[in-house]
Design a protein around this ligand. Sequence first.
Ligand SMILES: Cc1cc2nc3c(=O)[nH]c(=O)nc-3n(C[C@H](O)[C@H](O)[C@H](O)COP(=O)(O)OP(=O)(O)OC[C@H]3O[C@@H](n4cnc5c(N)ncnc54)[C@H](O)[C@@H]3O)c2cc1C
Length: 423
Amino acid sequence: MRDSFVRHQRLNSFHKRSDAVIGKIDPTHKEVTVIGAGISGLLIADALKTKGYQVEVLESAPRVGGLLESKQTHLGLVECAAHSFLMTDAMVKHFEEIGITPISVNPKAKARYIYRNGKPQRMPLTFVEILRTLFQYLRRKPILSPTASFEAWGLHHLGEAATRFLIAPFVTGVFAATPQELDFRLAFPKVKQKEKKQMMTLPGGLESWALALRTRLHENIQLNRAVTTLRKIKNIVIATPAPQAANLLRATHPKLAELFEQIPYAPLITITVFAKSLDFGRKAPRGIGVLIPRGEGVRILGVLYNSSAFIGRVRNSDTTSLTVMLGGTTDPEALTLTDSQIEALLKKELNQVLGWSGESFELHITRWKNAIPIYGPRLRAALDTATAELTLQQPGLLLCGNWTGNVSLRGILSDVLTLNRNL
Ligand SMILES: Cc1cc2nc3c(=O)[nH]c(=O)nc-3n(C[C@H](O)[C@H](O)[C@H](O)COP(=O)(O)OP(=O)(O)OC[C@H]3O[C@@H](n4cnc5c(N)ncnc54)[C@H](O)[C@@H]3O)c2cc1C
């Protein structure tokens, strides 16, 4: 009976789970230790504190925020990783509560481009390809497997051209991986949600979100506290990346540890470029950015037009700020490029893609060996096993992070709010 219940849970757990915080708090004990002060750990700690729990947050780094890292430079803001989020009603309420006012994308610069045939284009499909896409979309099709890859989903619903020139660049822009590697429903669990979302950021950079939560949690946070073993505490929230969660669970949950350490991550380099606007000829890049499909003779994955998309990103109006993404699962060797090799590559490719023709620019390079978890079959297996095990066992152990169901900041917040409602 128990075996069949576990099997049933494994088969269905992921689809049933409306939130992606795994495990249960033991409400009979009011103390909680949260390991990791990235945005996941901070949000969950703040939610638990508000509910009356005594919270301690242990963070190995000397700062909070994890992947949210914003630097002010003499030319403008550098976001080392995340730069924006999709604003939902829940986020509006959350930011009001913590006293932050987000800014929206410049209404005059909302265009997004895909690079094809040597230039950025708003609609990269030809007329014939659009007709074929529509035909494929409207055709009666057999039902697709719930564990289909994003590529299979795209080919099934939209056909080849749309999959290659619309879906693949979008997927790479979010996950730094290819549609073949991603499980469609796992990567986009709430794709049917209808709420209209707007792209937004924070005036001082996204790290200010983590800093606002740090202020609220002040005396509860201990920095430079790398946790290596789990003490017997009644409630523990692991809010670290998967490899560190595996290390923490090795003694108590060896099976989960083995699954977690096998979760693959995409590597990524982000490069913020400050260039003279005049070096782009008559027109500096305008819009949100350009994504570059593979096979177009360009190595970089995409460029975000920071100074066009958001106000206040540069100190002088004659400066253009861009963030270039390089690497991903199709180009892991990019991580071995030196700074000067990256500079040479960007001089060539920013000329090719955006018409930049200056002599020099200033670069801020951040290398992420394990940037983004790959929402594919191995992650699905790990999460389904974790959901079944931690739901059946004693409460008191929770897992929460960008690998437990949602990569995006919007998704992570939504998970924590769901947990909060259920506490
Ligand atoms: C390049 C890049 C760009 C992105 N852009 C966007 C974007 O524009 N919009 C968006 O919505 N999302 C974006 N994301 C995704 C988003 O930033 C992340 O999913 C999110 O910030 C992850 O937060 P987290 O708290 O789960 O993990 P992390 O930020 O990784 O935090 C984990 C924390 O745990 C700590 N830790 C680890 N091990 C231990 C230990 N043993 N003891 C104590 N502490 C420990 C770490 O030091 C870290 O502070 C981007 C991600 C990357 C990499």
